[in-house]
Design a protein around this ligand. Sequence first.
Ligand code: AN7
Length: 351
Amino acid sequence: MKWPGIIEAYREFLPVTDDTPIVTLEEGGTPLIRSPRLAAEIGADIDLYLKFEGANPTGSFKDRGMTLAISKAKEDGAKAVICASTGNTSASAAAYSAHAGMEAYVLIPEGKITLGKLSQAMIHKATILQIDGNFDEALCLVKEIAENYPVTLVNSLNPYRLQGQKTGAFEVCDQLDYAPDHHFLPVGNAGNITAYWMGYKDYYNAGKIDSLPKMIGFQAAGAAPIVRGKIIKNPKTIATAIRIGNPASWKQAEAAAAESQGRIDMVTDDEIVTAYRMIAGLEGIYCEPASAAGVAGLIKLNKTGYFKSGDKVVCTLTGHGLKDADFSLTISEKPASISGSMDELVKALGF
Ligand code: AN7
């Protein structure tokens, strides 16, 4: 059967009616990849799976929320949407708006989003404004615009975004046939960890699963307001997607961690890069740096003896590595150049 996108796949759990015009790029249905080589390398006796959200149409998990947010905006008669973004939300908003025939306005922190993401918003014809400020400042501005002008906010403050994103949890349970023991995620604006927890609880209440995972979120150490318990005015990390100092879903994310007996913790940029390399080199999965924060956290917790033998563990890899190919090039060994003769080739291959 043709995959219909997350709204048709999970309609009974979502706030749509027969009158809702469904705007979909057939997002969702992403791979849940068993990753035994990574688990073995870090010495963890666990059953590890990576949920690769880079396989969504615009290359990140944002598409799950955007299909619903744009469909509902269209149902309400909106002609335009607006968001602030560290990159992926703007790429997704631009693509779904184009598909719906709506305008998209996006505010981004100048020089702090990757070229891959910027190029997506540009080619989908969003109106892009780069501000001399960070994501948190951009979010304040767009919130006020949406309150005063005829344009719908599609940041995760829009409740339909998290409703759509919770389908990531449904898919994990459907793919495994049970709920994992632990679910790891990177945390930026803190929407996705909130959404996954909603999804797991919905499935539990519907009798589809008989246990709930611990929700474990990881922030970058230079952008870790929840862990440090205070707003970070000037967040810093190479993981630009999660360079956020005042998360919109701060309280909800804390509640998800507390209710599930999980936690929110942080990892350094070095730990993120180590995890990023391992995911690509050991499992063949190319994610963007921010996406590796959850796995970096798993590695950190494993060293403390956190897991029980045989624990079922899922990490969401939130975005595709091609979004930030520049970063991977800067940390990879340059390819060797050879003349093209067979002799030189055989020698270079080490045969
Ligand atoms: C790859 O695009 O906030 O904790 O404006 O792009 O739900 O915010 C992106 C966030 C993790 C954090 N991984 O998720 C935006 C934006 C990637 C991301 C996060 C983001 P939340």
